[in-house]
Design a protein around this ligand. Sequence first.
Ligand SMILES: Nc1ncnc2c1ncn2[C@@H]1O[C@H](COP(=O)(O)OP(=O)(O)OP(=O)(O)O)[C@@H](O)[C@H]1O
Ligand SMILES: [Mg+2]
Length: 571
Amino acid sequence: MPAYLKRALPAWLSLLAEVLIDLSLPTLMATIVNNGVMKEDISLIVRVGFLMLGLALLGSVAGIIRNYMSTHASQNLGTQIRADLFRKVQALSLANVKTLGTSSLITRLTNDVMQVQNLSFMLTRIFIRAPLMLIGGILMAFLLNPGMAVVLFFSLPILSVLIVIRVKRGFPLFRKVQTAIDRVNGVVREFLSGVRVVKVFNRMAYESERFNRANQDLAGLSIRAGRSMAAIQPLIVIVMNGSVIFLLWLGGVRVQSGGAQVGDIMAFINYFLQILHAMTMMSMIFTAGVRAKTSLDRIGEVINTESDIRAPEKPETPERAGTLEMDGVVYTYPGQVKPVLNQVRLQVKPGQTAALIGSTGCGKTTLVNLFGRFFDADAGSVKVDGVDVRALDLADLRGRIAYVPQRSILFTGTIRDNLLWGAPNASEDQIRQAVEIAQAAEFIDQMPAGLETRVGQGGVNLSGGQKQRLCIARALIRQAPVLILDDSTSAIDMVTDQKLRAALRTVGAQTTVLMIAQRVQSIMDADVIFVMNGGNIESQGTHQELLRTSPVYRDIFRSQIGLDLDGQEVV
Ligand SMILES: Nc1ncnc2c1ncn2[C@@H]1O[C@H](COP(=O)(O)OP(=O)(O)OP(=O)(O)O)[C@@H](O)[C@H]1O
Ligand SMILES: [Mg+2]
């Protein structure tokens, strides 16, 4: 027997037992009234009474088993969907994430999954049961008294129509409610990540206003959605109660004329209420279904998003040499017209220390991101170790490149956790060495807890320069053939920067280093310097060569230092 059947079988059996017991109780009650009370047969009353009690007990046990199983099943479903979604989100490219929206992704992963989980809980708990009760109830009512059961032909269609209207009105509104939740999440997220700036610029009132607007939107929409669904509810109740009153009247007439027994009427009303209860349950599920449908759509949207960055079928595995190459590379950000990179061509050989310099916003970060394949070039080829990045397995590619991002990003945990992030198996010696090279040893040693010092969310309890040095150490520990430093010493003072570069040269022999810098002093001694201008590599060469050949480089140099290396004013 398959595993899922082994689990499903007890659930089905207990469900069946429960339905049968529920359906038998009114008939048993009619027996008590008709044959026991009316004929004053105490022993029958006691016997059937105990039978009912026993059945009711059995029914509750079955109910408990079923509830337990549906809770288990729906929680598992929710966990599974969340896990799948998270895996999918991790596989998405940066552009994908931007299109879907970060805060929307968070809502989808939490709130939307919860809606689906709710529905599955209700489905397994009551959905199968409600139709069974509905059909069983109608059947029993007809068996008991066909004449009275005709009432059902009138009330049930009216109720069904009302329920359908309610579901139809709710659907579009619930979609809007989920989007409004996205917006509230978005505002809170942005506020929290920029809370210091908000305070410094005294923008608390503005932010509160923004939050209030999003919050009120959400409340308004939720109320509208609720109201549109609720408007139908009184009608449903009127039809229900009207039918009961009518049945009571009809039953009274029949009993008086001798056409029916009192017990039958009581049982009939009971069946009728069971039927109505089943219908209400079904309408509740439809409501939950409406909410879950919008959520499912939103989850489906994520699952069906094809990542722009597709892994190759048969990845190549060249030797880990540490070569970087670009040829004819063009890249335009989505939604922009002017390309950021235009016909870029460069080559860095294994073991070389290369530098990239250029004015702010000229595309340096964009250029190095292409090597890590955060997005793909529109034209031209980007090669690592002689192979196009699109032909390499993503994990393999990123294993070849240690990257220090321009914005230092650290994670909650200890300093050690953060350092081991890219290389969980690094030894104590490797950690020490990386920390020394990155010039982080000195401040870590000063901390009472050393490597075990806790880093707050995003590294709030560290200075900008400290964070940068930790990020550099983290990259060094990976011992990848290529090390890319994106303006990673901008917050570090000149003296430390110099020490850092000297130390880096000791690893430089085996490692290809590509560093972006704003300060000429940081890169003067690089083997090759690329000068970026207007989306292109304007010129390349050593410091001395560039001083002679590149007007752009000479400008940068003069503006920063004013003198050439010999102390002569540069002309
Ligand atoms: N995600 C993005 N979407 C659209 N445009 C972007 C995006 N990121 C950067 N740009 C634009 O691309 C250009 C190059 O940005 P990039 O970050 O590569 O510059 P940079 O040379 O690294 O600058 P800096 O020295 O200030 O770090 C900028 O003009 C910027 O406006
Ligand atoms: Mg940059």
